[in-house]
Design a protein around this ligand. Structure first.
Ligand SMILES: *[C@@H]1O[C@H](CO)[C@@H](O)[C@H](O)[C@H]1NC(C)=O
Ligand SMILES: *[C@@H]1O[C@H](CO)[C@@H](O)[C@H](O)[C@H]1NC(C)=O
Ligand SMILES: *[C@@H]1O[C@H](CO)[C@@H](O)[C@H](O)[C@H]1NC(C)=O
Ligand SMILES: *[C@@H]1O[C@H](CO)[C@@H](O)[C@H](O)[C@H]1NC(C)=O
Ligand SMILES: *[C@@H]1O[C@H](CO)[C@@H](O)[C@H](O)[C@H]1NC(C)=O
Ligand SMILES: *[C@@H]1O[C@H](CO)[C@@H](O)[C@H](O)[C@H]1NC(C)=O
Ligand SMILES: *[C@@H]1O[C@H](CO)[C@@H](O)[C@H](O)[C@H]1NC(C)=O
Ligand SMILES: *[C@@H]1O[C@H](CO)[C@@H](O)[C@H](O)[C@H]1NC(C)=O
Length: 596
């Protein structure tokens, strides 16, 4: 090619590019590349594709952005390989690839879509109103699309997840800095192991989990339910695809979800009046969302000043580190699992489910069946419903450590396997109370018994004493004689009832009339001292003004005193000790201040 020809060709190219820019088009064909400040504009002018620069125009990138907000770049082609100038040309290559060429560097290919299918003619790239740049062949079959290659932003209708057939991953990586769209330290990836969930990784370390999808929302983002007036969430979990996406609802503001340079998922909503993006939601949401903050079998609670605790049945693995507020070492089981029949489940309520990476999921099982399965497998450490709808169905079983569990509003129930002895501390408490009561009752009983024995001993001692006194102080009468004398203690012979018992009138075989006092059992002991005094008095003084004690009788439990009977002639004249009523003389006498 001669110099003039080349010159001519460059002019031709320039005219071609001008023509393209004059009619802002949404499509790119093999015969119509774009370059410089030319753009593809989606049919409804929602999105634009073109070159943009950062770092004071020193780096140039091919990107897609919102027309209303060019700074809100949603996709970047050559993020890892910037152009030095705005000399880039976007074209369709001869084999049907979408390419970014550097016109200043001999049309070097800076970036290529690397479509797998070879299309020599008829390929078309179009920017759609949803922000998707689609490369299709002449028949309309999609060869490549930008939605399948997210950078740091999800927008309405864009999937995150994985094509399980091809292994293709739809994930995000943050920009390195606000000036540098190259892949930074943070990634946002769907973990398809166990019950799928989204993870944020920073510098190769897991930093945040959304929690598994529970049929309605991510287990760790209960507030998603309250966003449903603005966004429609869609989760797909099939044999060849695990994905999550959202749609902005018709008539609501446009939104985007960005993994920003701090490693935070930031949902932003466009405020049409303020012409600005409002931060709507971000995750991690708080300290407890930091992955593994409380370690294995720990549970994080923002409502607790200490934040980290252990699930019931577990204790801090390293108490010293826990005291230093480093709980990442997690918790250890208090009592080893017993496995066969010796275990049960503690229900940890209202939580974001622990990491499901090593868990198994069976969406078809019932929760009850899930519990049976877990109990029958000694390696199963916990289970939960995989779908919270309809009271909870499906089955997730965990087999190792329970990582990154935390309390959330409107959280789920997690059934944690524990040895039976660690279960139901309320029962243990009851048990303790019962035991204490039993011991206390027993002690009381013993005390009572001791008291009774003591009383009985005292009682019998007193009785013995009494009997000795009686024997020592007065002549003994035969019980049979006394019984005969009173007509067998006939009630008609009762002449009085005194404090010490009943007094009968009787007649001795020799014809002597006597007063027989049968002491009642109770009074025998109560008045022991007084009685002894009386007996002493009566027996020893034998004062003529006093009733004379003739004798005593002890027979079995009976204690009987025999007095001289004083008919009519009472002794009121004297002390009135034994009046006609035949009250027990001593007693009455005492009461009246008798002889002392
Ligand atoms: C951008 O470049 C211009 C000219 O090259 C220079 O004057 C200016 O200070 C630069 N701005 C920044 C922020 O680097
Ligand atoms: C940009 O310029 C630097 C040096 O100025 C050079 O090394 C690099 O290859 C250039 N990049 C491109 C894509 O032209
Ligand atoms: C650069 O690429 C454009 C578009 O494909 C093409 O028209 C042009 O001839 C190329 N220029 C050079 C120098 O190869
Ligand atoms: C396309 O393929 C080339 C060569 O294999 C590779 O260097 C490049 O990174 C690929 N581009 C993309 C966008 O995957
Ligand atoms: C996954 O890849 C297979 C094979 O390329 C394709 O048929 C299927 O449509 C893909 N699924 C999705 C959701 O892209
Ligand atoms: C990332 O998002 C969080 C939450 O909105 C915000 O506090 C932080 O400043 C953001 N970081 C950057 C680099 O924009
Ligand atoms: C916290 O504890 C873990 C293990 O328990 C240890 O590896 C880590 O270094 C500790 N972190 C700090 C900041 O002390
Ligand atoms: C339990 O785990 C051990 C060790 O990982 C394994 O050998 C055994 O087969 C497992 N048992 C069941 C029932 O899964």
């Amino acid at each position: 090619m001669s110099h003039s020809h080349r010159r001519l060709f460059q002019v031709f190219l320039f005219v071609l590019l001008l023509a393209a820019s004059a009619v802002a088009d949404s499509t790119l064909t093999q015969s119509r590349p774009i370059g410089g400040d030319q753009k593809l504009v989606s049919p409804g002018d929602v999105f634009q594709l073109g070159l943009f620069s950062t770092a004071n125009n020193t780096k140039w990138f091919l990107g897609i952005w919102f027309t209303v907000s060019p700074a809100a770049v949603v996709w970047v082609a050559n993020r890892d390989r910037p152009l030095n100038t705005s000399s880039g040309v976007v074209a369709l290559s001869g084999r049907g690839d979408l390419v970014l060429l550097d016109a200043a560097s001999n049309n070097e290919t800076i970036w290529s879509s690397n479509s797998s299918t070879l299309v020599t003619a008829g390929a078309v790239a179009q920017l759609h109103d949803n922000g998707n740049l689609v490369l299709a062949d002449a028949a309309g079959a999609v060869l490549w699309q930008s939605f399948e290659h997210p950078t740091n932003t999800f927008i309405s209708g864009m999937r995150s997840g994985r094509n399980l057939t091809t292994g293709a991953l739809w994930s995000l990586s943050s920009w390195r800095s606000a000036d540098d769209p190259s892949a930074g330290d943070h990634r946002y990836v769907m973990d398809t192991q166990g019950s799928p969930e989204l993870h944020v990784w920073s510098k190769g370390r897991k930093k945040y989990r959304t929690g598994p999808w529970n049929g309605m929302r991510f287990s760790g983002i209960p507030e998603m339910t309250s966003f449903e007036d603005m966004f429609e969430f869609q989760f797909t979990n099939t044999a060849d695809e695990v994905s999550y996406l959202y749609h902005d609802r018709d008539g609501t503001a446009v939104s985007r979800v960005v993994l920003n340079e701090s490693g935070v998922m930031q949902r932003m909503v466009w405020d049409r009046r303020a012409l600005a993006w409002n931060s709507f939601w971000s995750g991690p949401r708080d300290h407890c969302d930091t992955y593994g903050l409380c370690g294995a079998f720990g549970v994080c609670d923002m409502g607790d000043a200490v934040v980290c605790g252990c699930i019931r049945g577990f204790m801090p693995g390293s108490p010293a580190e826990w005291r230093m507020r480093n709980a990442s070492g997690g918790c250890a089981r208090s009592t080893p699992l017993q496995c066969a029949g010796g275990d049960g489940f503690y229900v940890l309520r209202g939580v974001k489910l622990p990491e499901t990476h090593g868990s198994t999921v069976d969406g078809g099982a019932t929760l009850a069946e899930c519990g049976r399965r877990c109990l029958s497998n000694c390696n199963c450490t916990a289970y939960a419903a995989s779908d919270i709808r309809g009271g909870g169905t499906g089955c997730i079983q965990w087999f190792g450590d329970l990582m990154d569990t935390r309390y959330v509003d409107d959280g789920q129930d997690l059934f944690v396997r524990l040895a039976k002895s660690d279960l139901e501390p309320t029962k243990t408490k009851k048990f303790v109370v019962v035991i204490t009561a039993v011991i206390l009752g027993f002690a009381l009983l013993l005390l009572l018994l001791g008291f009774m024995i003591w009383r009985k001993a005292r009682h019998s001692k007193e009785v013995t004493m009494f009997d000795e006194i009686m024997r020592g102080e007065c002549p003994t009468y035969d019980f049979g004689i006394i019984r005969a004398a009173t007509g067998g203690f006939c009630p008609k012979n009762v002449v009085g009832r005194g404090g010490f018992g009943i007094v009968y009138k009787g007649k001795m075989p020799d014809g002597q009339e006597v007063a027989v006092k049968k002491l009642s059992a109770e009074n025998r002991v109560q008045g022991l001292k007084e009685f002894k005094n009386e007996v002493d008095l009566i027996a020893k003084l034998q004062h003529r003004n006093l009733v004379r004690l003739l004798g005593c009788c002890i027979q079995g439990s009976e204690r009987i005193l025999v007095y001289e009977y004083m008919s009519n002639r009472s002794l009121e004249a004297g002390d009135g000790v034994a009046g006609g009523g035949l009250e027990w003389p001593a007693q009455d006498g005492r009461r009246r201040g008798g002889p002392t």
